[in-house]
Write a new protein. Structure first.
Length: 263
């Protein structure tokens, strides 16, 4: 039993709202600020030190040469999957399903928190960095944000990495592994589609993948959970149903032996 992956199964205790909000600030937002500094610094170095890494345009030109009607249609679909509206819509559905299935509001908010964290990092760093988009024919309308990092890639990564973590609850091994692989392929397809459509350079989508992954991890661990113990057979054990393993406690709880009368 992986304590990080199954932390919301091992400890299912309801947190106070104030404690949950404090954990969001301390365990999610604060580390996200540190991560934002790294992302923004990377972008500024690319733009101002390495002249926007213009050599990367060769990759986009290669994708332009590979364009066909079928590939353009497929890339258009995955580009849509990474769009803001689509990601928010899927996220709302996932959160509602999790709330319905688990009745744990603190757990059902994790996908929304992951998407929100990546958006904060992406929007602010893109505004600060201001990297221009590749000098090739573009198949999408350029959004108002700059090229670095890729918002489509970042959003899809945050959402579907979180969903992959959620799928680890599934008991059926083949189904769990199949769904995990499928959802983890989505961000890679989105990143490739954005390159194919001339909207981003390779470093844009690479940092987008990193940003989404980091924010998914920060969101998944935002709430303090007691994961110190698990049952002997590896099944999750809730905080309210932990077994006593302290030998002193066990001994004190055992009935005193009955002495036989003296001869």
């Amino acid at each position: 039993m992986n304590r990080f992956v199954h932390r919301y199964e091992i400890d299912q205790s309801r947190p106070p709202v104030k404690a949950a909000l404090r954990d969001v600030a301390v365990r999610a937002l604060a580390p996200a600020v540190v991560w934002w500094v790294l992302v923004a610094a990377t972008g500024l170095v690319i733009v101002h030190v390495f002249d926007q890494l213009r050599g990367e345009d060769a990759v986009d030109r290669w994708f332009v040469q590979q364009r066909t009607a079928s590939l353009t249609a497929v890339s258009g679909f995955f580009s849509m999957v990474g769009s803001t509206g689509y990601a928010i819509g899927v996220c709302v559905v996932v959160c509602l399903v999790l709330l319905w299935r688990t009745r744990q509001w603190w757990f059902s908010l994790v996908p929304a928190l992951a998407l929100s964290l990546q958006a904060l990092v992406f929007v602010t760093s893109a505004t600060l960095v201001g990297r221009t988009r590749p000098d090739v024919e573009k198949l999408d309308v350029s959004p108002p944000t700059s090229s670095f990092p890729s918002g489509h890639t970042s959003a899809s990564t945050a959402l579907y990495v979180t969903l992959a973590l959620v799928f680890q609850r599934i008991q059926h091994t083949v189904l769990r592994r199949t769904l995990t692989v499928l959802v983890l392929l989505v961000p890679l397809c989105v990143a490739t589609a954005r390159l194919y459509r001339g909207m981003h350079a390779p470093t844009d989508v690479t940092v987008g993948l990193l940003n989404g992954s980091v924010c998914a991890v920060l969101a998944w661990r935002y709430l303090r959970r007691d994961v110190r113990e698990s049952t002997s057979d590896g099944t999750p054990e809730t905080a309210g149903a932990r077994r006593t393993t302290d030998p002193q406690v066990t001994a004190s709880a055992a009935p005193a032996p009955v002495r036989s009368p003296s001869a």
